[in-house]
Write a protein that binds this ligand. Structure first.
Ligand SMILES: NC(=O)C1=CN([C@@H]2O[C@H](COP(=O)(O)OP(=O)(O)OC[C@H]3O[C@@H](n4cnc5c(N)ncnc54)[C@H](OP(=O)(O)O)[C@@H]3O)[C@@H](O)[C@H]2O)C=CC1
Ligand SMILES: CC(=O)N[C@@H](CCC(=O)OP(=O)(O)O)C(=O)O
Length: 352
């Protein structure tokens, strides 16, 4: 595709971590051209003043958010905003024919009452929300291809669901026994001044938060229930780990058939993800490290069984800002535009 065929795209929330990942990925994407960067407090600022390391590649000024201007300029727009804002912006954009990829939780839920309960915001955009597709290509690839509005999954749900989905879809586990123990780097909290993310709080320490009440729980349960064919409750515990990026999710569940061994499950996972270019199933006895996924759109999965406890243990590692956020959104855009799913998305990490 030549330069003139690039589609014009915008990024709202460009000054945030999701925004800057998108800028990097889209600058290197052969089929898009960034034509609009939007924000609130950052409006009027030169992008290179916020991110001087990009000064040699970008000459943008962040603009105030104006849906008429966005619709006039952009064919697709990424919303990288705090929860509760996209649901006001997406309806006018969708009505004007712009494809919307939302990185927040606003369009992840089928049942808006569940959203309101967990996110404490009433919704009046039901007509728009009903069009939204959950942006996990490994599960909803066909639906994403024809979507105009994609609610990209949270970082923890991405890591958790990549590990759990084959087990639930194939009925291999007792669903209610699933326990997800996940660890995230600090960039998962965004580019804001939060006390728990300060170096002096987070460095050299490691702890859980949101135990039995993290807002990603209902999102994970929504998809698990769909896969299992009945309502499923999971136990999800997130932890903040003193590193910048990456999530490792360790999932434990009781096998329905205790005779199932690791090799059988590896075969099932390989078949389940055979058309998913970003999923790497690790061979026997290899367990993923977050470092392998960092900077890439990959999800590494390792599997073990324990014949003493009749449990399966599945580990998945992603980069929370790429496969867990901006990269996944670009993967969805590729599908929505009918392009190769892997276009413009890194598959080799910066190592060590
Ligand atoms: N970080 C992660 O690992 C992941 C995050 N997400 C989700 O993606 C979204 C973006 O996250 P992240 O990039 O980390 O967030 P950041 O905190 O890094 O950035 C938030 C952005 O939102 C803009 N913003 C904040 N308030 C407003 C407002 N009232 N009106 C307009 N713009 C506003 C800010 O722009 P300005 O400075 O101009 O005000 C900033 O660019 C969130 O919904 C988050 O939950 C999803 C998956 C993973
Ligand atoms: C380490 C850290 O703080 N992580 C964030 C996850 C961010 C995310 O994915 O949130 P959304 O669902 O709102 O998009 C958290 O637990 O709140």
């Amino acid at each position: 595709m030549g330069e003139s065929k690039r589609i014009p795209v915008g990024i709202i929330g460009a000054s945030g971590y999701g925004g800057v990942q998108l800028v990097k990925l889209l600058l290197e994407h052969p089929n898009v051209e960034i034509v609009y960067l939007g924000g609130k407090d950052s409006a009027g600022k030169l992008y290179s003043d916020i991110y001087p390391h990009l000064g040699h590649r970008v000459n943008f000024t962040i603009e105030p958010i104006d849906t008429d201007v966005i619709a006039a300029r952009c064919q697709a727009v990424f919303l990288g905003l705090p929860n509760g804002l996209a649901c006001d912006l997406a309806p006018p954009l969708i009505a004007k024919g712009v494809k919307v990829l939302d990185l927040s939780a606003d369009y992840r839920f089928k049942d808006l009452q569940t959203y309101t309960r967990w996110y404490n915001k009433d919704r009046t955009d039901g007509e728009t929300a009903v069009k939204a597709v959950y942006g996990l290509p490994e599960l909803y690839r066909e639906e994403i291809k024809s979507a105009s509005l994609v609610g990209c999954p949270g970082c923890y749900p991405t890591a958790s669901l990549m590990a759990l989905s084959p087990l639930l879809k194939q009925g291999l586990i007792v669903p209610e026994t699933a326990i997800i123990d996940a660890k995230s780097g600090a960039s998962g909290g965004g580019r804001q001044g939060k006390i728990n993310l300060l170096l002096s709080e987070a460095d050299g320490s490691f702890g859980a938060y949101g135990v039995a009440k993290h807002r990603h729980t209902p999102e994970i349960e929504q998809v698990c229930s769909e896969l299992a064919g009945h309502e499923v409750r999971v136990q999800f515990t997130p932890h903040l780990i003193p590193m910048v990026r990456g999530i490792l999710a360790t999932v434990y569940a009781t096998l329905r058939d205790p005779g199932l061994v690791r090799d059988d499950i590896l075969t099932i996972y390989s078949a389940f993800y055979r058309s998913s270019p970003f999923v790497k199933i690790l061979p026997n006895g290899t367990y993923p490290q977050t470092k392998w996924a960092c900077g890439t759109n990959l999800c590494y999965i390792g599997i073990e069984t324990d014949d003493r406890t009749d449990r399966v243990i599945v580990l998945s590692a992603i980069d929370n800002l790429i496969k867990g956020q901006a990269g996944q959104a670009v993967q969805c855009l590729n599908l929505m535009m009918g392009w190769e799913e892997t276009l413009g998305l890194p598959q080799l990490c910066f190592y060590p």
